[in-house]
Design a protein around this ligand. Structure first.
Ligand code: COA
Length: 261
């Protein structure tokens, strides 16, 4: 399987690894990556030899630094109603086998929402997570109000979403956003060792345990998903959002003009 923005690596140990591969933009999630991931998840879910997935980012700076702001700035209410990222993350949460996010560096916005849809999150010393959407004039509209609340509790989820502050690895582990934090050189080994331990167990039992855990967890109800998308659609059309995102994108242009881009 070959894709434009991700790499799917099979292993001979029973799991596959999905690598986000846009390192020049810190693996920001654009529409092509959503399409690639969606197609890969469908193919991998239908492959009985794949009993688990490990996700990581190319390069040494990021897992996924959020949705691609150069595309977000142009999105309108109709785009929001298509539930582009929300639909993908639901598909990821529903993946029939265990999924592990191995998070090196930045994991922000839609990247954090993607990681929240995985079963386990492992980080390294340099991991930074957060939901900075309100700084850009939008809301985290692809599951964070639900899944982050389920993972860190309502008080902390509100603090993180309202302030948009970035959270370093140690605090992520303390509040339960990361299952564990290890040295960056050991991150993939740690995720792979856990996957090996899972795969020693009964495939049927693990699959059914995941179904039961998803049913018991704070999974996103379709109506709640649409509420987030409608709210996102309102913000997508606001002048405030355009100004805030343009400020981010112009910082980039200014860097290029200075010749240090
Ligand atoms: N969308 C599009 N491009 C992004 C991006 C995103 N979410 N995050 C980073 N990039 C790009 C930058 O524009 C830059 O591109 P350039 O080299 O062509 O200028 C490149 O990735 C490297 O990022 P840069 O900002 O130069 O790195 P940094 O180390 O100074 O800062 C961050 C890292 C993560 C703090 C900063 O990139 C950032 O704030 N990104 C946006 C995070 C965000 O708000 N995500 C939520 C979106 S909903």
């Amino acid at each position: 399987m070959s894709y434009e923005t991700i790499e799917v690596r099979s292993t001979d140990e029973g799991w596959a690894e999905v690598v986000f591969n846009r390192p020049d933009v810190l693996n920001a999630l654009n529409l092509q990556m959503v399409k690639d991931l969606s197609a890969a998840l469908e193919a991998l879910a239908g492959d009985a030899s794949v009993r688990g997935l490990i996700f990581h980012g190319a390069g040494d700076k990021a897992f996924v630094a959020g949705a691609d702001i150069s595309e977000l700035v142009e999105r309108k209410v109709d785009d929001a109603l298509m539930a582009i990222n929300a639909g993908l993350f639901q598909k990821l949460e529903d993946f029939p086998r265990p999924t592990i996010a191995a998070i090196r560096g930045y994991c922000l916005g839609g990247g954090s929402e993607l990681a929240l849809a995985c079963d386990l999150r492992y980080g390294s010393d340099d991991t930074v997570m957060g939901q900075p959407e309100v700084k850009l004039g939008i809301i985290p509209g692809a599951g964070a109000p639900h899944r982050l609340t389920g993972v860190v509790g309502t008080g902390m989820a509100r603090e993180l979403i309202f302030t948009g502050r970035l959270v370093k690895a140690e605090e992520c582990a303390r509040i339960g956003l990361l299952n564990r934090v290890v040295a960056v050189e050991s991150l993939l080994d740690e995720a792979r060792n856990t996957m090996r331990a899972i795969l020693k167990n009964s495939d049927l039992a693990v699959r059914l345990a995941k179904v039961a855990l998803n049913a018991a967890s704070n999974s996103v109800d379709r109506r709640h998903m649409m509420l987030e998308c409608i709210s996102q659609g309102i913000t997508f059309e606001s002048e405030d959002k355009r100004e805030r995102m343009t400020r981010f994108l112009e910082r980039k242009k200014a860097k290029e003009e200075r010749g240090d881009g």
